[in-house]
Ligand binder design. Sequence first.
Ligand code: B16
Ligand code: MG
Length: 217
Amino acid sequence: MRRFNAALFDMDGVLIDSTGYHYQAWKAVADSMGFDFTEEDNERLKGVSRQRSLEIVLEVGGRQLSKTAKQRLLEDMNQDYLRYIQSMDEAHLLPGVRACLQALRGRGVKVALGSSSKNAGVILDSLQITAYFDAVIDANKTRRTKPDPQVFLLGAAALGMVPAECVVFEDAQAGIQAAKAAGMFAVGIGKPEVLSQADMVVAGLHQFDVDTLFFPL
Ligand code: B16
Ligand code: MG
């Protein structure tokens, strides 16, 4: 195994467990419109923008909304989410996150965020992990959402790295596709049967041994 020089982290589902929260919010939208929205359906929402998530939910239910109604719904959802993340602190970090970030920095590995969220800045601050990141790329800085590779290509460029030097940590099918389309090594966080396109899969960062891909020089 070769040694890589940069680590690009997805946020939701890799650093924080917000997946359940997002699922409940979208399920409530489906419930209010009178159709079922399953956890399997929810896999399609992971890693994609809020706008794209709404389109997928409406597609699942075979429903349509006016542009104004969609806009209102997205704004309401985000206000609700901002209230939820206000109470977020270090205790909301997923297991192994801080140790992994510390180990990477200790080895001189460059670290960036590559998230489809528009709320990444405030969340990193709440979790008190902003200082570990050399660059933060979120949906405020991209035009195309995962599975497009733009977020990770911008992350690599911000770190001064080429894609072959980068490892992406991702929990979403769309994110793994984005990483592979960017020409990067992809570590899936979750289940191998769901993240079958990843180069390797671990259950969480607590199970990832930094020495495997970032061994000391
Ligand atoms: P927000 P990630 C993504 O973040 C989530 O996986 C996805 O479910 C969500 O719709 C998207 O952020 C937008 O988030 O509503 O906060 O702008 O996994 O790419 O870090
Ligand atoms: Mg994610």
